[in-house]
Structure formats: structure tokens, C-alpha cells
Ligand binder design. Structure first.
Ligand SMILES: *Cc1c(COP(=O)(O)O)cnc(C)c1O
Length: 318
């Protein structure tokens, strides 16, 4: 813990002048309705539109000159891809990104826009690991995993670190969970600064592998879950994130697809902010009553990258 907390603390220094210090926002309508104080840490306003920039920058900037010169490979359904592509563009490193063909179009286009080579595959036919292996036959490229990497986790932990620097009397902290990089970083940062603050991870019901793993102690997986929260479509937690989530997170909860869409609508109509479904999991848990808000509650709003068409469907209740 101290080790990892120290890493988050130094990641926070490293990232200070590179990341957007994202706003903390509130809704008085919501606070009245829930009889609590909800603080949203809005990483939809982060560079490239999600917290993933933090982990990618923290990991890639610490590679050796030789690794940087040979280039990076990454696989992702979206935001990690964009993050790696942007960081590589900033640091003048070549990037190859492997993406499933069901990734949101804007995420694919943005990744190409940052100058990365994008390799698209069909997740029904093959796995991203197999495709990545083929692209990196002679093993010259450095693989930056989306969550199972200590420097990525430490970078993601800086979101909660920054939030608590601003609001230092939180009773609860909610974060979404896909592969568990954000959640484990959030939990370590939170427990390091506020040992009594309760940390709760939120997953879509349709992709509840981490919740099952958390409560059974056995790593569950769910290949290709088709939840609307595409940032959490990961098959399972990783070798590093699973034990961290088990150790530092207090509870895991799941939310329905309808609750997720209701939360996206609330952010849009009530708070005037664009949040992608994965970023709305915390609010979905609060609005649907899956988590009962008590006191001061920090909610990590993880990203805002959503296709216009999908947003239209959600807003129109389709
Ligand atoms: C990646 C991502 C998540 C899940 O993060 P993990 O570290 O994989 O658990 C949640 N929300 C958004 C917007 C993401 O991009």
C-alpha cells in the first residue's frame, strides 16, 4: 500500500503540468433528492476526453529511450487507444493500436487522428491479444496494457488524489470498474489519504465479472459483454488489479443498462455535461438506489467520448 500510494503521489507530480486539472461539479437538484453532497470529478474534461490519458502518460513517459525509439503497441476498445496515441504523438513515439470493430467510431477516428496505426479486428473471430502478437512478431514494440500495469494504475490513481486534494472530507468514493485499473488506483489513493472513506466499485450488470470475482475470490471472466458502457467491456480484471481491488475496495455493486442511460440523461439535461455510459456508472448507482448516498460522496466521472448517434438514442429514450 505505502509503495503504491507513493507511486500515485509521484505520478501526481509527474502529471501536474501535463494533465487538465478537471473540475469538480455538483447538482443541487441531485443533492436535495439524495439528501447528500455529491462531488463529481469530471474526467470527461480530461485531455482526449477520459482519465486514461493519466495512466498512459505516466507509463509511457517512464520508458527507456530505447523502448521509446522502437515504439509502442496497445489494444483497447477505445479510450486507452486514444490515450496511448495522444501521448505517443506528444512524445514523438510511434504507436500501433489494435481495436475491435465494435468500438465507437469516434474513438477509432480520434485514435487515427492522433497519428497512430490502427489495426481493426472482429472480437467474435479472434482476441486482441492474438492480433497484438501478430503485429509485434519480432517483439520490438513495448506493450502498454490498459490496466494491468503498475504505472498505468498509479496514473489512474491521480484522479482520486486530485479530487481529495480539493474536497478532503469525503465519506464515500464511487468509481466505475472495467479491468480495475481506475478502481484500484482510486482505492489506494483514497485509503492512503482518507482511511475511513468507503470505496465502492460500480459495474454494469451485463459485465459483472469483477463483482463476482470480488465476492468469490476467484477470477471470473465474461468474454465480449455487450453493455452500452463500452469502457467496461473488458473480459476480466488482471493479475495486478484483481488482488488490489480485493484488498482496498470495500464493496462492488452492479447497475442495469436502463439505470446507466438514465444517468447519462441526467448529466446532459440537468448538469449540461456530456458523459459516456461508462462514465455514468457512479451516478447510475446513486439514482437507482443501488448505493445509498451518505454524507459527502466523491464520484469519478471517467469519460465523455460518445458517438452522437448513441447519445441521440439515449436522450430520446430509444
Ligand atoms: C477504461 C474506462 C473505464 C474502466 O477503467 P478500468 O481501468 O478498465 O477499470 C471506465 N470508464 C471509462 C470512460 C473508461 O475509458
Amino acid at each position: 500500500m505505502t509503495d503504491f500510494f507513493e507511486k500515485i503521489s509521484s505520478a501526481s507530480e509527474r502529471l501536474k503540468d501535463v494533465v487538465n486539472k478537471t473540475p469538480v461539479m455538483q447538482s443541487s437538484t441531485l443533492n436535495k433528492r439524495l439528501n447528500a453532497n455529491i462531488y463529481f470529478k469530471c474526467e470527461n474534461f480530461q485531455k482526449m476526453g477520459a482519465f486514461k490519458f493519466r495512466g498512459a502518460y505516466n507509463a509511457i513517459s517512464q520508458l527507456t529511450d530505447e523502448q521509446k525509439q522502437k515504439g509502442i503497441i496497445a489494444y483497447s476498445s477505445g479510450n486507452h487507444a486514444q490515450a496511448v496515441a495522444l501521448v505517443c504523438q506528444m512524445l514523438d513515439i510511434s504507436a500501433t493500436i489494435v481495436m475491435p470493430n465494435n468500438a465507437p467510431k469516434i474513438k477509432q477516428q480520434a485514435t487515427e487522428g492522433y497519428g497512430a496505426k490502427v489495426v481493426v479486428f472482429d472480437p467474435i473471430q479472434t482476441t486482441r491479444e492474438q492480433v497484438a502478437e501478430k503485429e509485434n512478431k519480432d517483439n520490438q514494440l513495448t506493450l502498454i496494457k490498459p490496466f494491468d500495469n503498475e504505472n498505468v494504475i498509479s496514473g489512474q490513481g491521480t484522479v482520486a488524489f486530485e479530487l481529495i486534494d480539493e474536497i478532503n472530507d469525503l465519506d464515500m468514493m464511487l468509481a466505475p470498474c472495467g479491468g480495475g485499473g481506475l478502481l484500484s488506483g482510486t482505492a489506494i489513493a483514497t485509503k492512503g489519504k482518507l482511511p475511513d472513506c468507503k470505496v465502492i466499485g460500480i459495474e454494469p450488470e451485463m459485465a459483472d465479472d469483477a463483482t463476482k470475482s470480488f465476492y468469490t475470490g476467484k477470477l471470473h471472466s465474461n468474454p465480449n459483454p455487450l453493455t452500452i458502457a463500452d469502457g467496461t467491456r473488458t473480459t476480466s480484471m488482471g493479475d495486478i488489479t484483481f488482488p488490489l481491488v480485493r484488498e482496498y475496495v470495500d464493496e462492488m455493486k452492479t447497475v442495469s443498462e436502463e439505470a446507466i442511460m438514465e444517468a447519462v440523461r441526467f448529466f446532459y439535461y440537468r448538469m449540461k455535461i456530456v458523459v459516456e455510459p461508462s462514465g455514468a456508472l457512479g451516478l447510475a448507482a446513486l439514482l437507482s438506489g443501488v448505493v445509498e448516498a451518505k454524507g459527502n460522496v466523491g464520484v469519478i466521472v471517467s469519460g465523455g467520448n460518445i458517438d452522437g448517434e448513441v447519445m441521440g438514442d439515449i436522450l430520446n429514450g430509444r
